[in-house]
Design a protein. Structure first.
Length: 133
């Protein structure tokens, strides 16, 4: 990877509904991907709820954005991670996670990679910028 390409990590720590943070962060990620940045996204704390598939936002009167996460790979946002402890603390498993795209060759669904705190810390140390939503 070229030294000119900036490594930017987004951490998603807030629940997906009740504030604008997660939705606005989603838009920023897609915009930044258009500028050839090396984007990583880590969902942790209540942010893991944003990855829970099958959410119905009708009663909240807001538009859900589950489908938008399903195009991350199309935007070349392939470094998508979820904190194992945060997920487990909230009773979630890998089966609960959204599909963020599909493999071009096999058409197999791609889900976020489950990582632990040490892996997250190591990734953070390599970033030029970290933005939290």
């Amino acid at each position: 990877m070229s030294d000119d390409i900036k490594k930017i990590m987004f951490t998603v720590r807030n629940a997906p509904h009740g504030t604008i943070y997660v939705y606005e962060g989603l838009e920023v990620k897609l915009i930044m991907a258009a500028y050839d940045a090396d984007i990583s996204v880590v969902f942790m704390d209540d942010g893991v709820y944003a990855l829970k598939q099958g959410q119905n936002t009708d009663e909240l009167g807001i538009k859900g954005f589950e489908k938008t996460y399903g195009v991350f790979v199309d935007y070349e946002i392939e470094n998508v991670f979820v904190d194992k402890q945060s997920m487990e603390d909230r009773g979630m498993t890998v089966d609960d996670l959204l599909v963020i795209g599909e493999d071009e060759d096999t058409e197999a669904p791609i889900k976020p990679k489950v990582v632990d705190a040490a892996e997250i810390a190591a990734m953070m140390a390599e970033q030029h910028n970290i933005m939290s939503f």
